[in-house]
Design a protein. Structure first.
Length: 624
C-alpha cells in the first residue's frame, strides 16, 4: 500500500510556521521590511522610488553623451547593462534585419509610395553594421539603460520623474515607465548585475564606447589608440559625476606647471601622476628636495639617490659617454661648469656674483684642469678620467690674476670645507631605471640649488641620448629653490624649451608662485607648459595668478576656498575643468605624507606598503 508523500509548504510561507516569509530567487531576496509595491512606484520605508527604461536612442551620439544623466542634481540611479553578442549570432540577425528592411523598401516602391526616409536610414545603418562586422572592425552588443528616481512622497516622485523624463527627451531618448514592474525596475538598477526588465537595444563598438559614462563634458577623452599615448586619470570632476583623464603626450608640448599653497596637495597629485605614468611605460626622474618619494621608489623598484649622504658624489666635469660623437662636447661641458660656478658663488645679482673678469678666470681654470687630466679637444682623450672640482680650485689658486685666488677662496667650502662631500670624488652612482629619485634632503640649504642643477644636468644627459630615446618625465618638486637663482632659472628654461625634441616632459611643481611669476624666465617656463594645474592659492598671490592664467571670478573663488586635493586643470583657452585628486587605497599608502596616516595610533599598525617591486613596477596597483 503506497503512502501519499507529505504535502510541501506553500510558496511564501515557511514550513511549520504561520508567518509569511518571501522565498525564492530574484528581487524577493532583497525586499526590506515595509516595502510597498504599487503599479507605478515602490514605497521603501520613507522613500518612494520609480523606474523608467530607455527604449529609443538617437541615430548618432558623441562621447560622454550619458554625462547629463549622471550629473542630474537629484538622486538618480543609472544602470547600464551590456552583454556581447557572439559574431555568428550577430551576423545572422543582421542578415534577417537587412532582408526585412529591403523587402519593406521594395514593397513601398511597388505600391507607388514615396520612399520613407527613416526606412532608408535604417537600411543604410544595418548595411554599415554588417560590413564592419564582416571586416572585423566592430562587434555588436546588447545594451539596456534604466533609471530609478527617488523622492520623499508620491507627489514629489511624480515631479522628479517628470524632470528626468524631460532630461531624457532633451537627449533624444525615448523612455517608458516600468508600470506594473516597479520592483523589477528597482532591482535592475541596484548594483547586482541582473537585468529583470530586458528592454535591450543593439549597439556596435563605437556607440558603446561613446556611452561610457565616466567622462567629463569640459575635456574630451584622450585617444588611447594614438601612438605614444599615455592617458592618466587625475580624479573626479567636481562639477559632474565623470572622471578627468588627461594625456600630456597629446599636447603641443609635454611640460606641466603645478602651483599651490603649502598643504594644498600638490605633491600628492604629482606623485599620483608619476605613479600612473609608470603604468604607461614612462621613465620618470624626480628632483625631490624633501625625500617624499622614497616609499614610492622602494615600492616600484626604482632607484633612490640621496645626494649629500656619505659616499654619494656627482662630478660636474664628467664628459657624457653618449655624446662622445659631438665635436663640441668639451665646450658644452665647460659652459655648464660656468652655470654651476655661478650658482655656487651666486649672491642674487644678475650674474650670480661672478663679474666678467671672474668668468674669464673661471673659464681658464676649467680648461687648465681638463688639460692637466690629459683631456683636450681631441675626442680620443675623452675616455680619460675627468678632473674634479678640487682641480679647478687648484687652477684658480695658481692663476696669476688676483681674481683667481679670490674665487678659489670662495670655492673652499665646496672643495675642502664642510660642503665638500658632494664633489669629493668621481661620480659614485649611475642613475638608471624606470623611476630615479634624486633626494636633496641631506644637502644643506647652501648646496640645494647646486644639487638641483647637477641633478637636472644628469637627467639631461639621459634625455639627450639619441640611442635610448623613449618617453621621459622630469619632475622638479619645489622648483622655487632653483628659480631663486638666475643661472638655475636659465637652465630650467632651456630644459623646458628643448625637452619636447627629445620626447620628454618637464613637470615644475612649486608652492612659491611669486618666485615663478615675478621673473621673465619663470613666466617663460609657465608659457612653455601646455598643461597647467592650480590648487589652493594664497590670497597674496591670487592677483598675479589670475592675470597669468586668465581666471574668472568663479575660478578665483574656487582656488581660494579649495580643499586639499581640489585642483583646476588648464590645457588651453577655454579648456579647463576642476577636479579632486583621487587615489586607490594602495596608491594612497605610497604617496601620502599626512602624519595622521604615517603615524600609527595607539594599538593600530601603520599603513602597510604594497609589495609590488617584484611584479615589475606597479602592475598590481589599481590606478582608479
Amino acid at each position: 500500500m503506497s503512502r501519499r508523500p507529505p504535502r510541501r509548504p506553500r510558496l511564501g510561507r515557511a514550513a511549520g510556521s504561520g508567518a509569511g516569509v518571501p522565498v525564492g530567487g530574484g528581487p524577493l531576496l532583497l525586499t526590506p521590511p515595509g516595502l510597498q509595491i504599487t503599479a507605478r512606484h515602490l514605497q521603501i520605508g520613507d522613500i518612494c522610488a520609480a523606474s523608467v527604461a530607455v527604449v529609443g536612442y538617437p541615430r548618432e551620439v558623441g562621447p560622454g553623451w550619458l554625462e547629463p544623466l549622471l550629473a542630474y542634481p537629484g538622486r538618480l540611479d543609472v544602470a547600464v547593462h551590456v552583454d556581447p553578442i557572439p559574431p555568428p549570432v550577430a551576423a545572422m540577425r543582421l542578415r534577417r534585419q537587412l532582408g526585412r528592411l529591403e523587402s519593406g523598401r521594395r514593397a513601398e516602391a511597388a505600391a507607388g509610395r514615396l520612399a520613407d526616409p527613416e526606412l532608408d536610414a535604417a537600411t543604410h545603418d544595418a548595411a554599415d553594421l554588417a560590413g564592419g562586422l564582416a571586416r572585423g572592425e566592430s562587434r555588436l552588443f546588447s545594451l539596456g539603460l534604466y533609471m530609478t528616481v527617488y523622492a520623499d512622497s508620491p507627489q514629489e516622485l511624480d515631479d522628479e520623474r517628470a524632470r528626468v523624463v524631460a532630461l531624457a527627451h532633451s537627449l533624444l531618448l525615448a523612455v517608458q515607465p516600468a508600470v506594473f514592474r516597479a520592483l523589477a525596475g528597482w532591482a535592475t538598477t541596484l548594483p547586482l548585475g541582473v537585468d529583470l526588465l530586458r528592454l535591450r537595444r543593439t549597439f556596435d563598438s563605437q556607440a558603446l564606447a561613446a556611452a561610457f559614462p565616466f567622462s567629463t563634458p569640459d575635456l574630451p577623452l584622450p585617444d588611447v589608440d594614438r601612438p605614444g599615448a599615455g592617458p592618466v586619470v587625475y580624479g573626479a570632476n567636481l562639477h559632474s559625476a565623470g572622471l578627468v583623464v588627461h594625456d600630456r603626450w597629446a599636447m603641443p608640448n609635454y611640460n606641466s606647471v603645478t602651483l599651490a599653497a603649502s598643504g594644498a596637495g600638490k605633491s600628492y597629485l604629482t606623485k599620483l601622476d608619476v605613479l600612473r605614468s609608470l603604468y604607461q611605460g614612462v621613465q620618470v626622474a624626480v628632483v625631490d628636495p624633501e625625500d617624499e618619494y622614497a616609499r614610492l621608489s622602494a615600492a616600484v623598484g626604482g632607484t633612490h639617490l640621496a645626494l649629500g649622504a656619505p659616499g654619494v658624489h656627482l662630478n660636474p666635469l664628467d664628459l657624457p659617454a653618449h655624446a662622445r660623437g659631438d665635436p663640441d662636447l668639451l665646450t658644452r661641458r665647460v659652459l655648464f661648469c660656468h652655470t654651476l660656478f655661478a650658482t655656487l658663488l651666486g649672491d642674487g645679482d644678475g650674474h650670480g656674483g661672478v663679474d666678467p673678469a671672474g668668468r674669464a678666470v673661471v673659464d681658464r681654470a676649467i680648461l687648465t684642469a681638463y688639460r692637466h687630466a690629459g683631456i683636450t679637444t681631441d675626442p680620443a682623450t675623452w675616455e680619460r678620467p675627468a678632473p674634479l672640482l678640487t682641480d679647478v680650485a687648484a687652477a684658480l689658486a695658481a692663476d696669476p690674476d688676483p681674481v683667481g685666488p679670490a674665487l678659489a677662496g670662495r670655492l673652499a667650502p665646496y672643495t675642502t670645507g664642510s660642503h665638500r662631500g658632494l664633489f669629493a670624488g668621481p661620480t659614485s652612482t649611475a642613475p638608471a631605471g624606470h623611476l630615479v629619485v634624486f633626494s636633496l634632503r641631506h644637502l644643506p640649504d647652501e648646496l640645494k640649488p647646486a644639487g638641483t642643477l647637477l641633478t637636472l644636468d644628469t637627467i639631461w644627459r639621459q634625455i639627450a641620448d639619441p640611442a635610448h630615446r623613449r618617453r621621459r618625465l622630469v619632475v622638479v618638486d619645489e622648483a622655487w629653490l632653483l628659480m631663486a637663482h638666475p643661472a638655475g632659472a636659465r637652465f630650467l628654461f632651456q630644459l623646458a624649451k628643448a625637452a619636447r625634441k627629445h620626447w620628454a616632459g618637464l613637470a615644475v611643481v612649486t608652492q612659491d608662485a611669486a618666485d615663478l611669476l615675478s621673473s621673465d624666465l619663470g613666466r617663460a617656463v609657465v608659457a612653455n607648459a601646455a598643461t597647467q594645474i592650480l590648487l589652493r592659492q594664497d590670497p597674496t598671490v591670487i592677483t598675479d595668478i589670475r592675470a597669468t592664467f586668465h581666471l574668472s571670478e568663479g575660478e578665483v573663488g574656487h582656488l581660494l576656498a579649495a580643499r586639499p586635493g581640489d585642483a583646476l586643470l588648464i590645457i588651453g583657452p577655454g579648456r579647463r575643468t576642476a577636479f579632486h585628486a583621487d587615489a586607490s587605497r594602495q596608491e594612497h599608502a605610497l604617496i601620502t605624507t599626512d602624519p595622521v596616516d604615517l603615524t600609527p595610533a595607539a594599538g593600530l599598525p601603520p599603513i602597510p606598503l604594497p609589495d609590488i617591486a617584484a611584479s615589475g613596477g606597479g602592475e598590481d596597483l589599481d590606478p582608479c
